[in-house]
Design a protein around this ligand. Structure first.
Ligand code: NAP
Length: 268
């Protein structure tokens, strides 16, 4: 499995299996087991997805060693503050049944139901981040990052904290390319993870992508996931369908030309 390398030297498998909206129980358990079986070694979950228990059970039952699987989970957007973060982190450890997390993310700069850019939450995010740094230094987390942060949030955070986030997980697919955020993160060696790399299933209505995918004898899903990977963004495709879980992982045997990369979606 190909890897990206984070700013602290940690290797992160170059595709993650997304688990948002997969209900806890049999479906989450089976999907994660299938993903591990076809070769994924990186699972993206969150406390707020409600499926950490099934993810943890699948990881244990996979027969793989804990150290061979990269687990990302997230602190809910609604929970902020130093002690609140430490307490909530322990809930995720308990749910997953593990004693460390590979990557822990602040799910969003502000609670989901708050209007606006949420800049007023930055003092609380800084307190939260201090707890992240503490957990990182204690070895409970191998890498720390944020999600849904934009340059104004990162500007404030970076001025106040010791450790620069290693990752920013953001909405990113060929029909949604936040160029300012991409440049900001690239300039600071913050790895971008592309969430909803298939636009939560809406990417398939894009004719230009169908035409380009046919040239490579690949599906639109594979084209989009490969485009993300070739741009240096770590894609996190989700599926509960075994054939698609496998298809989405099968992107390492072709290369998109520079011209087609631009046609799919221009990043710079
Ligand atoms: P996505 O991966 O963009 O798309 C998933 C949808 O596409 C599902 O409806 C799936 O259907 C379908 N699909 C998957 N592979 C396909 C294929 N090969 N052919 C046809 N259809 C296919 O969805 P997402 O869940 O929005 O994003 C992926 C992951 O990113 C999430 O699961 C989560 O881990 C992460 N994420 C993070 C945040 C955040 O705030 N940090 C927000 C959103 C997402 P089936 O499942 O029915 O097969």
């Amino acid at each position: 499995m190909t890897h990206f390398v984070l700013s602290n030297g940690i290797q992160i498998p170059a595709i993650g299996f997304g688990t948002w909206q997969i209900p806890d129980g049999e479906q989450a358990y089976r999907s994660v087991l299938t993903a591990l079986d076809v070769g994924y070694r990186h699972i993206d979950t969150a406390l707020s997805y409600g499926n950490e228990r099934s993810v943890g059970r699948a990881i244990r039952d996979s027969g793989l060693r804990r150290e061979d699987i990269f687990i990302t989970t997230k602190l809910p957007a609604e929970i902020k503050g130093y002690q609140e973060t430490l307490d909530t982190f322990n809930r995720s450890l308990d749910n997953l049944g593990v004693d460390y997390i590979d990557l822990y993310l602040i799910h969003a700069p502000k609670p989901w139901n708050v209007e606006g850019d949420g800049m007023e939450y930055m003092p609380q995010n800084i307190e939260t981040w201090k707890a992240f740094e503490e957990l990182y230094k204690k070895g409970k987390i191998r890498a720390i990052g944020v999600s849904n942060f934009r340059p104004p949030h990162l500007d404030v955070l970076l001025k106040e904290v010791e450790i620069v986030p290693m990752v920013n997980q953001i909405l990113l697919h060929p029909n949604h390319i936040p160029k300012d955020n991409i440049k900001y993160c690239r300039d600071r060696n913050i790895l971008i993870e592309a969430y909803s790399p298939l636009a939560t299933g809406k990417i398939f209505d894009t004719p230009r992508l169908t035409t380009i995918a046919e040239k490579y004898n690949k599906t639109v899903a594979q084209l989009c996931i490969r485009w993300s990977y070739q741009n240096g963004f770590l894609p996190l495709p989700k599926s509960v369908t075994p054939a698609r879980i496998k298809e989405n992982f099968n992107i390492f045997d072709f290369t998109i030309t520079d011209e087609d990369m631009q046609q799919i979606g221009q990043v710079e």
